[in-house]
Structures are given as structure tokens and as C-alpha cells.
Unconditional design. Structure first.
Lengths: 196, 177
């Protein structure tokens, strides 16, 4: 199954947000340390007290801002993972539909490989190279595939797949349809996200 | 319950010595006293040893077992937000960032502290300010570190402090490499 990564722009924005939070945390620690030091040193002077109050309010506002950003970041990360999983479920569904079609047509193992490569858009020469077979062999396998599927060529073959996908529940609603065989691909997505 | 080896003796002694050193220098010892300096240098030496250990120590203690990665840390944060638990062979990616942060902080604290004793930087304002800021940053980091350990322990439903004391963790789940 091809590995798909979540859209880079989204990942980039969560990284940027994390960095921003880091920078603001540095600032917050600096300002808060300043407030505490001033309090310890000479909180008694009236002029300093007003200054301190303003500084403290600014620091607290900054900290509240960081907390809000942190919440936002967590929400973003959660959504990112859900999106990544839906994508994996979708590609899992695609593979399932493909295998289902191949079974229905009664393709041999070699023909299944060739059919999958064809659907992915590889040329006869490329498929022959990948499989280490003569082009003539691939051609006759393709002919068998088209005959078994009852189509005249590659574009019709792909159309069959798309047709099937259109009524298949490609993007299952979040947690809506248990037991349709898509959980396994969801689980593998969870495993995959853990690799780093 | 089966027991699996976790943090080695050096890492554990290092960890708790640093805890002690930080606590002494922050709360007990006089900021301008000779013992503040001595403890500071001791912590600096420990940090340098830990860095050596990060290249030459056992597998779990090596930096290669917990490379710094913001995206991995964010992925881990996402897992935490969703309550997903994945075993890690060393520090988790978020904890790894904290380790680097604290190590850098110790080095910088030691460096600025030493600078204050030299003729060139003695009484120079920005060095002192920086040293104080770094101390504050260390406090903040420690609070975050302790909070993270507690949060992670609650989510994973296992005591993460115990391995740092005994050197063993409960091997109820297989550690994935």
C-alpha cells in the first residue's frame, strides 16, 4: 500500500505554532522572573508598584495567550491525525476494492500483479521490466485480464475500478461503520504514525 | 510481573544528583557563596559526562535512541491528546526535547556562572541577567518536566518515576524498536 503523508502545509503550520509557543514561553519566563525579582527587591516603592502591576498583567496576558495557543495546537494535532487515518482508510478501501474485483474476475496471481500495475498507469515495457518477464508475456496476460474483466482496454479497466469506488463507502464516517473490514488499515495507520 | 532493565546506574545517579544540585543552588545555598560555585561546577561536570554517555553509554542512554525531532514530538503530543500509548525504547520524543533543553540549560548556566568569576565579565550586567534568566528557565523546565511525567504516567497508567529510581520497568508491554 503506498504511503501517504498528510498535507505538508498543515504539518508546517503546527510546527510553526509549536515554535511560536516555545518563543513565547521563553518571553513569559523572562517577564515573570522580572516581576518576581522586582517584588522581592523593592515592591515597597509606590512608583514601582504601578509598574509592577502593569508588568504582571502583561505577563499573565502572555501566559493566557500561550495556553490558548497550546489548546489550539492540540486540537490541530488531533485533527491532523484523524485526517491521516481517514486517508489510510481510503487507500485501504481502494486496495480492498481492487482485490475484490480481481477475485471476481478470477485472475491468477501473476495477472493480479499485472492488472494492479496497469491500473497504476505503468506501460507494458515497465511492467515487463518490473516482473522480469518478456513484453510478450505481459501482453498476453493483459489480453487475458481484459477478456476476463470484459473490457476492451486499459481505460475501461480503470473505469470499472472507479465505478466500484463510487458506490463503496470510501470515506467511512468517523466511527460510524464498524466491521466493514477497514479497521485493519486504520490500525496499520496508527502503527505507521508511530515510526520516526 | 516481569521486570525489564531500564535506565542504567549512571543515568540514574546523574539525574538525581542534578536534581539535588539544582535544588541546593536555587533554594539553599547563598547565590554569591563559594558553595554555589562548587555545586554549579559539579552540575556542569555531570552534564558534560552525560553528553559523553550519550555517545558511549548503553543503547537506551544514547542520543541516537532519542534524536531531537520537533515533528516526532508533535506527533507524540497528538497521541497524548488522543490518549494513544506507544512504547518507546528511550525517552519519548517530547521527553527527548526536554532532555536536550535541560542539558543545554545546564551548560549555559555553568558557562555564565563561570564567566561571572572571570576578570573580563565580572560585574557585567548581561551575564548576570542571562544567568538569572537561565535559572528561571530551568525552574520553568523542571515544572514542565515533572508535569509531563505525571501526565504521561496517568495516561499510560504506569509509574514512570520508578525506573529512574530502581532501574527497572514493568515489562507488561513489548518495547518496540
Amino acid at each position: 500500500m503506498p504511503q501517504s503523508s498528510p498535507p505538508p502545509s498543515r504539518e508546517g503550520s503546527s510546527r510553526a505554532l509549536a515554535l511560536l509557543i516555545g518563543v513565547q514561553a521563553v518571553c513569559a519566563v523572562f517577564f515573570l522572573g522580572d516581576v518576581v525579582a522586582d517584588l522581592v527587591d523593592g515592591g515597597g516603592m509606590a512608583a514601582l508598584r504601578l509598574h509592577l502591576v502593569i508588568e504582571a498583567i502583561a505577563s499573565i496576558a502572555l501566559i493566557v495567550g500561550i495556553a490558548v495557543e497550546l489548546r489550539f495546537l492540540l486540537e490541530m494535532l488531533r485533527r491532523e491525525q484523524v485526517a491521516a487515518r481517514s486517508l489510510a482508510v481510503a487507500s485501504g478501501a481502494l486496495a480492498d476494492v481492487m482485490q475484490g474485483l480481481f477475485r471476481a474476475w478470477g485472475l491468477t496471481a501473476a495477472e493480479r500483479d499485472v492488472a494492479a500495475f496497469t491500473m497504476k498507469g505503468l506501460s507494458i515495457a515497465e511492467i515487463a521490466g518490473l516482473r522480469g518477464a518478456a513484453e510478450g508475456t505481459v501482453k498476453s496476460q493483459l489480453a487475458a485480464i481484459y477478456r476476463k474483466a470484459g473490457v476492451s482496454g486499459r481505460s475501461q479497466l480503470v473505469s470499472l475500478l472507479i465505478e466500484d469506488l463510487m458506490d463503496a463507502p470510501l470515506l467511512a464516517r468517523e466511527g460510524a461503520q464498524p466491521g466493514n473490514g477497514l479497521e485493519t488499515s486504520g490500525a496499520s495507520a496508527t502503527m505507521r504514525a508511530g515510526n520516526h | 510481573m516481569q521486570r525489564e532493565k531500564s535506565w542504567d546506574l549512571f543515568v540514574r545517579v546523574f539525574h538525581w544528583s542534578v536534581v539535588l544540585g539544582f535544588a541546593l543552588n536555587l533554594a539553599v545555598l547563598d547565590d554569591e557563596g563559594a558553595w554555589h560555585e562548587r555545586v554549579g561546577y559539579a552540575v556542569l561536570a555531570l552534564a558534560l559526562l552525560r553528553i559523553l554517555w550519550g555517545f558511549a553509554g548503553p543503547a537506551q542512554a544514547r542520543f541516537s535512541a532519542f534524536p531531537p525531532s520537533l515533528s516526532a514530538a508533535l506527533a507524540h503530543l497528538g497521541d497524548m491528546a488522543r490518549g494513544i500509548v506507544r512504547p518507546h525504547r528511550s525517552h519519548n520524543p517530547l521527553g527527548a526535547l526536554m532532555v536536550y533543553n535541560l542539558l543545554a540549560c545546564m551548560l549555559a548556566l555553568g558557562a555564565t556562572g563561570w564567566m561571572m568569576t572571570t576578570d573580563m565579565f565580572w560585574g557585567v550586567d548581561w551575564v548576570e541577567e542571562l544567568h538569572e534568566f537561565l535559572a528561571n528557565w530551568a525552574i520553568f523546565s523542571v515544572v514542565l518536566h515533572v508535569g509531563g511525567v505525571i501526565a504521561e504516567s496517568l495516561i499510560e497508567k504506569r509509574n514512570l518515576v520508578r525506573p529512574m529510581v530502581t532501574g527497572y520497568k514493568d515489562a507488561t508491554e513489548k518495547t518496540k524498536d
